[in-house]
Ligand binder design. Structure first.
Ligand SMILES: [Zn+2]
Length: 378
C-alpha cells in the first residue's frame, strides 16, 4: 500500500534523491550541460594526467557532478532556512543554469526574505573558501584540478548571485531591504526587478567590456553565453515586475466595495415571484433562506437567465440556487490576494458575503470582480 502519493513532477525532470523530505530533481537539459562540461574539461584532465585516454571524459563528467553537488549545497541552504521559517519546500531542481528551490508560500516579513535569499550565495562563497583552504594540502593532479575548479566556480556563483537584481538571490536581498525600509513589499519588488533588467543589459554588453578592459577578442561562445544569461535575467526580472503589478492591482479589490445588494427569500417561493421581488427591491442578487432565516443557497444568475419566463411561476426558486457550501461563504472584509485565493479555491459565479456576526451583507459576483480587476489596469 503506498503511504505517500507521488508528487507531481514537472515534465522533463528526473528524481535523483531527496534532502530532508524535499525531492531533488534534475532536468533533462542538465544532462546535456553535464556532457558539455565533461567534453570541455577532458583536455585539461589529460594535460594534468597524461595517458589516461578515454578516462579523461569520465574525469570531466565526475567534475560536472561535483560542481552540481556544490550547487545542491547552495539550494539546500535556501531550503533549510525556508523550512526554519515554516515554509514547506517541495523540491530542489538542478538545471543547466544552476538550481531552483520550490518554496511554497511567500515570506511574510522582510527579514525572512532576507535570510532565505542571502544564505545561498554565502554558502557558495563558504564552499569556495573551504576549497581554497584545502588546496595547499593536495598534490598536483586531477584532484587538485577539481578542487581548484570547485573553488573558482563557487566563488563566482556566490559573488554573481549577490548582484542586487531579480531573479538573482541578491535581487531578493535588495527587495527585502527596500521592503524593510519602506514597509512596502511591492516597492521592493519593483526596485529589485528594475535592477535585474539593468543587470541583463550589462550581461549582454559583457563581451564588449571584456574587449575594452582586457583587450581580449570575444568569440562566438562569449556572445552565446552573454545572450543566454541576459535572456535569463531579463525574463526573470520581467516576470517579477509583472507579478508585482498584478499584486498591486489585486490589493485594490475589496469584497465590500464590489458587493451586490441581495434579497433573502424562502427557498420554496416560486422563481417568478422571487425575481419580481428582487427587481422591486433593486437587489442585484437573491439568497434563499430556510423558514428560520438561515441562508441555504445563492440563486445563479445564469440559471435564471436560462429558465424560460413561462416556466418561472411553476418552479421553486431553490431549483436555480446553488447550495451554500463553506467555500461560497466569505467574510465581507476579505480583499486583495486573500480574496483572489478564496475565489480560485472554490470557483463559482456567486458568493455570499457575511458580516462578522453571521448576518448577510450581500452577494459577490465573480464577473464583477473580473471587471474591477480589468478596469484597474487602465
Ligand atoms: Zn540561490
Amino acid at each position: 500500500m503506498p503511504d505517500t502519493p507521488p508528487r507531481d513532477r514537472p515534465p522533463g525532470t528526473f528524481k535523483v534523491g531527496s534532502i530532508a523530505g524535499s525531492d531533488v530533481l534534475v532536468t533533462s537539459s542538465w544532462f546535456l550541460v553535464a556532457g558539455l562540461i565533461a567534453v570541455i574539461v577532458a583536455p585539461a584532465a589529460e594535460s594534468v594526467q597524461p595517458g589516461i585516454g578515454v578516462w579523461k571524459y569520465v574525469a570531466g563528467l565526475a567534475f560536472a557532478i561535483i560542481l552540481y553537488l556544490s550547487i545542491l549545497i547552495h539550494e539546500a541552504s535556501h531550503a533549510l532556512v525556508a523550512r526554519r521559517y515554516g515554509f514547506p519546500v517541495s523540491s530542489i531542481t538542478l538545471h543547466f543554469l544552476g538550481g531552483m528551490t520550490a518554496i511554497e508560500g511567500e515570506a511574510r516579513r522582510p527579514r525572512q526574505e532576507f535570510f532565505i535569499a542571502v544564505v545561498g550565495p554565502l554558502s557558495s562563497i563558504a564552499v569556495g573558501l573551504v576549497a581554497l583552504a584545502v588546496r595547499g594540502f593536495i598534490p598536483e593532479g586531477l584532484l587538485l584540478m577539481a578542487v581548484d575548479g570547485l573553488a573558482g566556480a563557487n566563488l563566482l556563483v556566490g559573488v554573481l548571485n549577490l548582484v542586487p537584481g531579480l531573479p538573482l538571490d541578491g535581487g531578493r536581498v535588495l527587495k527585502s531591504l527596500v521592503w524593510g525600509a519602506t514597509g512596502s513589499v511591492h516597492r521592493g519588488t519593483i526596485v529589485a526587478g528594475w535592477v535585474g533588467r539593468v543587470a541583463a543589459v550589462a550581461a549582454m554588453g559583457w563581451p564588449f567590456a571584456q574587449q575594452a578592459l582586457f583587450g581580449q577578442e570575444p568569440d562566438v561562445l562569449d556572445f552565446v553565453l552573454a545572450f543566454v544569461v541576459a535572456a535569463f535575467l531579463w525574463s526573470g526580472a520581467s516576470a517579477s515586475l509583472a507579478g508585482a503589478r498584478i499584486r498591486g492591482r489585486m490589493a485594490h479589490l475589496v469584497a465590500r466595495d464590489l458587493a451586490r445588494r441581495t434579497l433573502a427569500v424562502p427557498d420554496d417561493l416560486p422563481l417568478a415571484e422571487a425575481v419580481r421581488r428582487a427587481q422591486d427591491a433593486s437587489a442585484g442578487s437573491i439568497v434563499t433562506v430556510t423558514g428560520s432565516g438561515v441562508p441555504v443557497g445563492i440563486v445563479s444568475e445564469a440559471a435564471v437567465a436560462a429558465t424560460p419566463e413561462d416556466r418561472r411561476p411553476w418552479l421553486a426558486v431553490s431549483t436555480v440556487a446553488r447550495t451554500l457550501d463553506d467555500g461560497l461563504r466569505l467574510p465581507v472584509a476579505i480583499g486583495g490576494e486573500d480574496l483572489v485565493r478564496a475565489l480560485s479555491a472554490t470557483p463559482a459565479a456567486e458568493y455570499l458575503l457575511l458580516e462578522p456576526d453571521g448576518s448577510i451583507y450581500g452577494v459577490l459576483v465573480t464577473a464583477d470582480v473580473d471587471r474591477a480587476f480589468r478596469e484597474s489596469a487602465d
